[in-house]
Design a protein around this ligand. Structure first.
Ligand SMILES: Cc1ncc(COP(=O)(O)O)c(C=O)c1O
Length: 395
């Protein structure tokens, strides 16, 4: 029998006892409403008219010419808020509403999930608090400003490296003391059960649409499905539709920071080992005593020492491959992609594009790839500028 919230040996809910009733309440509400006619009708309408689903599948012609095979972009960057995160926040926000909760809390790294939560908080008239590491507050200040415009309170978290891990710690701590009226709107397909299951469910439209659009546009399934992996939500959203199609190769791309041969800690699935973090058994970046390493990656959304349990399972079962690219490779492709496609990709999504660029000359020209363009890169312009000033990049 499949154990609750388990993906092989991964997943589970390793949380303080005080949180168990809150997680069970969310799980019960999800099971009750996921197929409820009114819930499904409301969510479908929001996906369509508010967020902008279905998103297009677009053949990136000039980029395809450069790499030598066909690259189709799943345009999640075109969604309201500028990233796939809104799929999940609309779903969980609506669930909170159906449960009668009046307050939302969330953690955020790149600020995209925080922004998507702030949007939903405003939409549903719910008080919203977003926990964000101090480093991320500084490097993603555009999103911080937008969250405040939407009426959310952004709470900077001082501990650790001031990144996503620290924001989740603080959000969980806060939730422990406020479970009665507060819904913790978790941003990725990680954390304790039922979040990996719920977040996957609300991100599944990405894969469902992409699969249908491939059949319409290419007349067949893609040879490859590729996505960047932070906690794993945009990736599992895309991959979920192709897991049973054994001929579709599935590749998740992690942030490799300054490169795997350095002593820096990054790329959880590629370099990590099994342990428990944020209520979930999965791969993580830890020392021999189980202390979590401080990670460092150019992209705030991929700067996380853990990863969702389903990805851990897909790695160990061999169904999906996980690779990493370096910050430099990401900056190279970011520049190239802006100039060849007229699209500014998020630094997170640029990881998937960077891996594709590295496949130049290695894949047959008939190859068709679907890559999740999980978000747009306006938020990252300042980071790119600080690494590679525009003046220096001009011909
Ligand atoms: C645009 C974008 N893509 C990807 C990610 C990584 O998250 P996940 O692995 O949950 O998709 C983030 C996280 O903030 C993001 O903003």
């Amino acid at each position: 029998m499949k154990r609750k919230g388990r993906y092989g040996p991964f997943g589970g809910f390793y949380v303080p006892e005080v949180l168990i009733p809150a997680l069970e309440e969310i799980e019960a509400a999800f099971e009750r409403f996921r197929d409820d006619a009114a819930f499904v009708r409301d969510l479908d309408l929001l996906y369509k008219d508010y967020a902008g689903r279905p998103t297009p599948l677009y053949l990136a012609g000039r980029f395809s010419e450069i790499v030598g095979f066909s690259v189709y972009l799943k345009r999640e960057d075109l969604l309201h808020g500028g990233a796939h995160k809104i799929n999940n926040t609309l779903g969980q926000g609506l669930l909170a509403r159906f449960m009668g909760k009046i307050k939302l809390i969330a953690e955020t790294g790149a600020g995209q999930h925080g922004l998507a939560t702030a949007i939903v908080g405003a939409l549903f008239g719910m008080e919203t608090k977003v926990f964000m590491g101090r480093t991320d507050v500084e490097r993603q200040n555009v999103n911080v400003h937008k969250m405040k415009l939407m009426g959310a309170e952004v709470i900077p978290v001082e501990g650790g490296t001031g990144t996503l891990k620290d924001a989740i710690n603080e959000a969980l701590r806060y939730w422990t003391a406020h479970i009665e009226d507060t819904f913790y709107l978790f941003g990725t397909a990680a954390g304790p059960h039922p979040y990996p299951m719920i977040v996957r469910h609300f991100q599944e439209p990405i894969g469902r649409e992409a699969r249908r659009q491939c059949l319409e546009k290419i007349g067949r399934l893609p040879d490859l499905a590729v996505a960047c992996v932070g906690g794993g939500s945009n990736a599992i959203g895309l991959f979920s539709a192709f897991l049973e199609d054994k001929d579709v190769r599935i590749v998740g791309v992690e942030g490799g920071g300054r490169g795997l041969d350095t002593h820096q800690h990054c790329a959880t699935l590629v370099k990590g080992s099994v342990g428990v973090l944020h209520g979930c058994r999965s791969y993580l970046l830890q020392d021999e005593n189980g202390q979590i390493y401080e990670t460092e990656c150019i992209s705030a959304g991929l700067d996380y020492p853990g990863v969702g349990p389903e990805h851990a399972y897909l790695k160990d079962s061999g169904r999906a491959e996980y690779v990493s690219v370096s910050d430099e490779e990401v900056l190279d492709v970011f520049d190239l992609f802006c100039k060849t496609e007229g699209i500014i990709p998020a630094l997170e999504s640029s990881h998937a594009l960077a891996w594709l660029l590295k496949q130049k000359g290695r894949l047959p020209k008939e190859t068709a790839v679907v890559v999740n363009l999980s978000g747009r890169g306006d938020k990252d312009a300042g980071i790119v500028e600080s690494h590679r000033p525009l003046a220096a990049r001009m011909p």
